[in-house]
Each structure stands twice: as structure tokens, then as C-alpha cells.
Design a protein around this ligand. Structure first.
Ligand code: XMP
Length: 333
């Protein structure tokens, strides 16, 4: 609509004025905020923007390709894709404590990003060198970083984000979404041409599948989990609730699959199986501080279970998590 059109024109003018003919780096995660920030900054300064997309090997099925197709392919944004899977898997090898895993993933993420940012700052291949670091900080992040410390005495889970990076890298900060609420960021994304299903995606944690594989992270587990989770999400997107006309993906706030590194006995054809278990988690919440487990239709749960067990060799049992938050958290780690 025209109001959003005006907003975009104004935001673009502001970015142009702030950046001038300098160059900007942005860490693109595939999440809503960094995606919308990238689209907006690209609209303003085109090739003066370079995005760095770090694939830690703990992303959802085909995520890396989807991000590249969208940004590099469709929007013609400069994107450097860094496949750091081996590095992350190496550092996670033998580590099973949830907080230790989070710390490792957060630390390595910053390391990889810093290395790429330093190269871009130095300037390469026709680029004179970046002077700005852009971040998809939104208004609730601004408030949270001001008051969160006093509110919460105990850290239940350390969230990884990139605080303090601009200073460490000696780059100026560009935060074009600072004044916007999440809903406004989503509207802006759609107005900038990002597909609605990308902009209205459920949240995905920074440590990714690292906190959805219980205990030690292994490549084999990540591969099984990715395939099982893709089936769950596909069925949620394809199943409508008759009463509301909405899909179950839309009706839930967050839904995902958790890999349990335990084996149970099953039967397939004439044979016995001894394979892994996955848990499905779907919650309804307005603020993610408390949450109800979603009352998904049994038929939907049954279809997801059948498909996962039939299509993902190595998983022979699917369970549904019926725990609220509190006392359970949304993620299992
Ligand atoms: P919990 O599990 O604490 O999760 O109930 C609440 C919300 O936060 C997300 N979450 C994270 N997001 N980095 C993130 O960016 C993290 O380390 C992280 N841990 C949890 C979780 O997916 C849910 O939406």
C-alpha cells in the first residue's frame, strides 16, 4: 500500500544519506529480521552491500540453498556463503552439555563471521573495503538490551547474538529496523518483495539444530532430524483447520522436531528394527515466555508419524510433546 511505499522511500533516503558511497556488510541468517534488513539496504545502496551467510551445518533442510536462491538468485544481492559445517562439527565433537554446546556454536559463529568481515573490510575484487556493519536489530531488541539484565536474575539459556561486534571490527553500525515492531518488519518485507512464507516463518534459534539434537551433535543425527522436520513442517503447511480456514502452520507459533539419541524396537515387514526416536513439538504463545502445547488434530499427527517412519530410514518411532512452558521450555535444550 502507499503508506508502506512512503515508508520505504524515506528509509531508503535515510540509508543513502548515512552510507554515502561507503560499503556495508550484513550477517544474513535467513531469519526474518536480517532478511528484511538485507532487502531494504539493498534497495537503497545495491552493490555497496555484501551479505555474509554462515552455514553452521545445523540449519533446516535446504535452508542454505533457499537463502542463496532468494537473495543472490532473485534479488541479485551480493552474498558470500560460508560453509563452516566441518568446523562446527569438529568443535562440537564429544560435547553433550546444552550450555557448552550453545557457547561453542555462538563463539564459532562470531569467529567465522569476523574472519569474513575482516576480509571485506580490507577490500577485495573491486571493492574498496567496508566501513559499516548492518544489523537487523528491531525495536523489541533495543528495549530488551536496555532492561533485560535487571529483569532476569538467572540465565536459563544463553542466547547467542552478535552484541559488540561493530566495535570489535572497527565498523560503524547501520540498523535500519531499529524503530520497527516485528509485525511492521514483516509488512515491510512483503512490500520489498520477499515472499510471505519467508516473512511469516516461525522463529528459529541461532544455535539451530544444535539445541534440537539432545546431547552430542553428530552429522548423522542432523541429517535424520532435517528430513523428519521437513516432513512435519510440510504437513503443517498443507493441513487446514476447517473452523478457521487457516493452516496449522499459521495456527501454531512455533513447531519443530527434536532428535532423541535413544533407540527403541520396532517392526517392519518380517523384521525387527532398532532405531532412533523423534519428538514433535508445536506450541501456541503470544510472547514465547509462556506457551501451550498445540492441540493438533490426531489425523495430522498420524500422517506426520507415518511419513517420518516410512520416509526416514533410521527413525522408527515418533512421539508428541504435551508439555507447557512453564515448566518445560519450548526448545528441549
Ligand atoms: P525456550 O526454549 O527458552 O525458547 O522456551 C523461547 C524462544 O527462544 C528461542 N530460542 C533462541 N533463539 N537463540 C535464539 O535466537 C537461542 O539461543 C535461542 N534459544 C531459544 C526458542 O526457539 C523460542 O522461540
Amino acid at each position: 500500500d502507499w503508506i508502506m511505499g512512503d515508508y520505504i522511500a524515506e528509509a531508503v533516503a535515510k540509508i543513502k544519506a548515512q552510507v554515502g558511497d561507503e560499503e556495508v556488510i550484513l550477517g544474513l541468517s535467513g531469519g526474518v529480521d536480517s532478511s528484511v534488513a538485507a532487502a531494504l539496504i539493498h534497495r537503497a545502496i545495491g552493490d555497496q552491500l555484501t551479505c555474509v551467510f554462515v552455514d553452521h551445518g545445523l540449519l533446516r533442510l535446504n535452508e542454505g540453498d533457499l537463502v542463496m536462491d532468494m537473495f543472490a538468485g532473485r534479488l541479485h544481492v551480493n552474498v558470500i556463503r560460508v560453509d563452516a559445517t566441518n568446523q562446527f562439527m569438529g568443535h562440537l565433537n564429544g560435547v553433550s552439555d546444552p550450555e557448552a554446546k550453545r557457547k561453542i556454536i555462538g563463539r564459532e559463529f562470531v569467529e567465522v563471521f569476523k574472519t569474513e568481515a575482516a576480509k571485506l573490510k580490507a577490500g577485495t575484487g573491486g571493492h574498496k573495503g567496508a566501513t559499516f556493519l548492518a544489523q537487523g536489530t528491531i525495536y523489541p531488541d533495543v528495549i530488551e538490551s536496555g532492561g533485560a539484565k535487571s529483569k532476569k536474575a538467572v540465565t536459563i539459556k544463553s542466547h547467542h547474538n552478535v552484541g559488540g561486534l561493530p566495535e570489535q571490527l572497527g565498523l560503524k553500525l547501520l540498523e535500519p529496523l531499529r524503530d520497527l515492531f516485528k509485525d511492521e518488519v514483516r509488512e515491510l518485507g512483503v512490500a520489498l518483495g520477499l515472499p510471505a512464507d519467508m516473512v511469516y516463518r516461525h522463529p528459529f534459534p541461532g544455535p539451530g539444530l544444535g539445541v534440537r539434537i539432545l546431547g552430542e551433535v553428530k552429522q548423522e543425527y542432523a541429517d535424520l532430524l532435517r528430513r523428519a522436520d521437513a516432513i512435519f513442517i510440510e504437513e503443517l503447511r498443507n493441513t487446514k483447520d476447517e473452523a478457521t480456514g487457516k493452516t496449522w502452520y499459521e495456527l501454531t507459533s512455533q513447531a519443530f522436531t527434536v532428535f532423541l539419541p535413544v533407540k527403541s524396537v520396532g517392526v517392519m515387514g518380517d523384521g525387527r528394527t532398532y532405531d532412533y526416536v523423534v519428538a514433535l513439538r508445536a506450541v501456541i504463545t503470544s510472547d514465547f515466555m509462556t506457551a501451550h502445547w498445540a492441540e493438533l488434530p490426531y489425523a495430522l499427527l498420524g500422517r506426520v508419524s507415518n511419513r517420518i517412519i516410512n520416509e526416514v530410514r533410521g527413525i522408527n518411532r515418533v512421539v508428541y510433546d504435551v508439555s507447557g512452558k512453564p515448566p518445560a521450555t519450548i526448545e528441549w535444550e
